[in-house]
Write a protein that binds this ligand. Sequence first.
Ligand SMILES: [Zn+2]
Length: 146
Amino acid sequence: MPIARDAASAEFFDGTARGELLLRRCTGCGRISAPQARQCPDCAATEFTPAPASGAATLVSWAVPHDREGRPLTVAALVELAEGPWLRLRLTGVAEPAADLSAGLPLTVSFEAVADGETVPVVSVAREGRHETVDRIPAPQEGPTP
Ligand SMILES: [Zn+2]
């Protein structure tokens, strides 16, 4: 996710400051795209209206970068929002990265203030829905690079 506020991202960061993850709804066909979308992939329209996400998401993939001492720094997750778009977000609240994670794991979007005063969306494991059966797959050795 871009951290820097500029003309294109101002609306997005105004949304996160209110606790809303704003997606973009195509004015042409109604398809919902990721916040950074510039053009609808379905109809090529470039006009959007803001569409707040429900906050429900599922885990698609993840990567755990480590520091020089081998300590995990963060969990970089690729998530699929309930509305459809895929986003790269930081996964918080995971004590043992990768041990508990599996594709399809239900996640919830929350918001976290960062150093420059902006608020960014992050995801955590949803408290409900963990009873759902998901096919466990081995943790990837290397996730997609952001
Ligand atoms: Zn469209």
